[in-house]
Design a protein around this ligand. Structure first.
Ligand SMILES: Cc1cc2nc3c(=O)[nH]c(=O)nc-3n(C[C@H](O)[C@H](O)[C@H](O)COP(=O)(O)O)c2cc1C
Length: 313
């Protein structure tokens, strides 16, 4: 007899109807999805809003995106209309949609992160994701995420600015991600997102110039999956023991990819770059995870988390 699994996942204080979310920067501010034919908000676990700073930002000079033979490079530079506009004008529109919304915040100083968190604390978002891993801005971003002391300071400041669940999004552009994971757990993060994009660049060999206006950018998509899986496996070594859930991400295109991330330690997963080619892919991933649970006779996705079998030598 097959048991219908419950797809609900509980990530610290954040409960999602299923473990698949749309990632920041790849899903706009949510409302655009009302115009995507066939898209059903209630079928995705959450939508993570575009990175938001205290004041509006124009972003980096164009071109901001470059396709490479393996992976996509972007250097958007956190273009956004500012936290107050998002909270007062955009959120009242999107929050009536039947899914969870998560703010994604960034700043050039620790105080700016706290101020933006305070603004979102007063809204209906279900959690606040701290982006200390943006590789495409001159101040803040990965400069905070690659220094465990600064990362801890940002998390502690956001912790004192909000009672909502905090997700800290880690950068893979570090020597040992476990050091930063430990620091953000110690300073109060509830959940970890792993990982943001890998730094890269693209060159026009005929013009002899960089392709991106910002010269460097973040690599995402299928090309980064093996590297991202290893980072999640490493973060799980630290976070799993402390009961901190991980939102695994980096190149997920299918249910199989999502399940691989869960096996190495993720409790939920995110889909980013794949949405540009296939906006309904998240719903397909949810259905595929469910089928896998039925086939394996498991009652919840969390039974997969961290169950990778390591053959003994
Ligand atoms: C165009 C683009 C914009 C992004 N903007 C943000 C952002 O504003 N904040 C953030 O935390 N991550 C941002 N990211 C990173 C994604 O949320 C995600 O962590 C990363 O791309 C890895 O997942 P993927 O390979 O499925 O895209 C962006 C990624 C892309 C491709």
């Amino acid at each position: 007899m097959s048991v219908e699994p419950s797809m609900e996942v509980h990530l610290a204080g954040l409960t999602l109807s299923n473990p698949v979310m749309l990632l920041s920067g790849c899903a706009g501010f949510g409302e655009e999805w009302a115009h995507v034919e066939g898209f059903d908000f209630s079928k995705v676990g959450a939508i993570c809003l575009k990175g938001t700073t205290l004041h509006p930002r124009e972003g980096n000079p164009p071109p901001r995106v470059a396709e490479t033979p393996s992976g996509m490079l972007n250097a958007i530079g956190l273009q956004n209309p500012g936290a107050r506009h998002v909270a007062e004008v955009i959120l009242p529109q999107v929050l009536r949609r039947p899914t969870r919304f998560i703010a994604n915040i960034a700043g050039s100083t620790v105080e700016e992160y706290a101020e933006v968190a305070r603004i979102f604390d007063d809204t209906g978002v279900s959690a606040i994701e701290i982006n200390i891993s943006c590789p495409n801005v001159k101040e803040g971003g990965v400069a905070f995420g690659s220094d465990p002391v600064m990362a801890a300071r940002v998390v502690a400041a956001v912790r004192s600015a909000t009672s909502k669940p905090i997700i800290t999004k880690l950068s893979p552009n570090v020597t040992d991600i476990r050091v930063v994971a430990r620091a953000v757990i110690d300073s109060g993060t509830d959940i970890i997102s792993a990982v943001n994009t890998f730094m890269g660049m693209a060159v026009d060999w005929m013009k002899e110039t960089p392709i991106l206006g910002n010269i460097q950018g973040g690599l995402s998509g299928a090309a980064i999956k093996p590297a991202a899986l290893l980072q999640v496996w490493r973060v799980y070594e630290v976070a799993g023991a402390r009961g901190i859930p991980i939102i695994g991400q980096g190149g997920i295109l299918s249910a199989r990819d999502a399940i691989e991330f869960m096996l190495v330690g993720a409790s939920a997963v995110g889909v980013g770059t794949a949405l540009f080619q296939s906006p309904l892919v998240a719903e397909k991933i949810v259905a595929g995870i469910r089928d896998h649970l039925v086939a394996k006779k498991l009652d919840t996705p969390q039974r997969l988390t961290g169950t990778l079998k390591i053959p003994s030598a």
